[in-house]
Ligand binder design. Structure first.
Ligand SMILES: [Zn+2]
Length: 76
């Protein structure tokens, strides 16, 4: 089983169909699916950071947004 979130490929935006290099890490948690301390990570390019952030914010899932430069090690 491989999880696409932990791919070691080049870090690209998680937005559907977008192949742009990611500059942002969006940490989110769905309280109905995940333990409270669990974080899922979406990567976003500059163009999609607000789009993906709005999507997560609207659902109450967004926890943190960090520049990728400050989180070189991707965590689950
Ligand atoms: Zn993008």
């Amino acid at each position: 089983m491989s999880d696409p979130d932990t791919s070691t490929e080049a870090l690209v935006c998680s937005a559907r169909g977008c192949q742009a290099p990611a500059g942002w890490s969006l940490r989110w948690n769905n309280p109905r699916l995940h333990q409270p301390e669990r974080r899922k990570t979406w990567l976003a390019c500059d163009a999609h950071r607000s789009h993906l952030g709005d999507f997560l914010t609207a659902r109450g899932f967004l926890r943190e947004v960090a520049p990728l430069a400050e989180s070189p090690t991707l965590e689950e």
